[in-house]
Design a protein around this ligand. Structure first.
Ligand SMILES: [Zn+2]
Ligand SMILES: [Zn+2]
Length: 337
């Protein structure tokens, strides 16, 4: 089969001929329908830390149709549609009992080979997609699940004032779940106007570009300082800004993947009595909730996709994405184009 391989920092991904995956015990093989590219893929290939070994496959936001079933797998049939968890824990330790597989105390197993024609997935980490969900949307389950858990943890009231910093796919996924909860008083704060239309496509029409007057603009639109700030920009300086913008006793929810130190002034946090917390990925229940949400409002989620390319065009599109060129939404790869 064909798939994308990372060879070295500074080199584009390579379209390689790889052995067809065979399912081991407890595994399934799927024909990949779509796989998303995300910021963590850029981090993993940038040399800024947590860089993948040479020869690694990529792709952790994907789904498809079951084409092979390994030993000991029950409840799955050829032709079933699924979205795969990219990380699967041991299933019985204290970490796994949180429901978040990446917190496994033992070695979790990675299934990050979605940027290929076929991929192996763990049957324990597979979420069945209703037949009403198009396989085209199967790659959106993972990024949507990130927003699902963050909104669930923040638990805003329907009339809450909410600010999302960073209207990329994760910020937009937060917007998607806020709207599903009926939280309408939401502003998106961006460093530029590049994603204005993208956000509007998902109902995020209250869009403020960062400036000296942004704080006042946000408060005017929301009718006060935000109760909750979702940080989905992942750049240094953003937490200090979030403390400046949030209301006293407000909540700041960190989602951005920033590998650099981001200094905060503790006295400012203290003086506002703020709560700051982070949310790492999702639980399996969040994954299942996404499958249902896609069945109900797939068209809204699909609005975050700005580009779909085949494997041959993917390395160049990946580098464009790294440079911040393009629509600024989700880049999907369809390995069969
Ligand atoms: Zn991702
Ligand atoms: Zn575990």
């Amino acid at each position: 089969m064909r798939g994308l391989v990372f060879n070295a920092v500074g080199k584009p991904l390579e379209v390689a001929s790889l052995p067809d995956p065979e399912p081991a015990e407890g595994e399934l093989v799927i024909r990949v329908s779509r796989c998303g590219v995300c910021g963590t893929d850029l981090h993993a290939t940038s040399g800024h830390g947590m860089t993948l070994p040479a020869g690694s496959q990529l792709g952790h936001e994907y789904g498809g149709e079951v084409v092979a079933i390994g030993k000991g797998v029950e409840g799955w049939r050829i032709g079933d549609h699924l979205s795969a968890l990219p990380v699967v824990g041991c299933g019985h330790c204290e970490g796994c009992r949180t429901g978040i597989d990446i917190l496994c105390n033992n070695q979790w197993q990675g299934y990050g080979g979605g940027l290929a024609e076929y991929a192996k997935v763990s049957a324990r980490g597979a979420t069945r997609l209703p037949q009403t969900v198009s396989l085209v949307d199967s790659a959106l389950v993972e990024p949507l699940a990130v927003g699902c858990r963050a909104v669930r943890l923040a638990n805003p009231e329907k009339d809450a004032r909410v600010l999302i910093i960073g209207p990329g796919p994760i910020g937009l996924s937060v917007l998607f779940w806020l709207r599903r909860r009926g939280v309408e008083n939401v502003v998106l704060l961006a460093s530029s106007g590049r994603r204005r239309d993208l956000a509007a496509g998902m109902g995020g029409t209250r869009f403020v570009v960062e400036s000296d007057g942004a704080k006042e603009d946000i408060q005017t639109i929301l009718g006060g300082a935000p109760d909750v700030v979702f940080e989905a920009a992942g750049v240094p300086g953003v937490f200090g800004r979030a403390v400046d913008l949030v209301k006293p006793q407000g909540l700041i929810m960190g989602l951005g993947f920033c590998m650099q130190p981001d200094p905060i002034v503790p006295a400012m946090n203290l003086m506002k009595d703020v709560t700051m917390r982070w949310s790492i990925i999702y639980t399996r229940e969040d994954y299942a909730a996404c499958a249902d949400a896609l069945a109900a409002e797939g068209y809204l989620a699909r609005a975050m996709v700005t580009e779909t390319v085949g494997l041959d065009a993917a390395p160049a599109a990946f580098e464009q994405f790294r440079k911040g060129i393009g629509g600024g939404g989700k880049l999907l790869v369809d390995p069969w184009i």
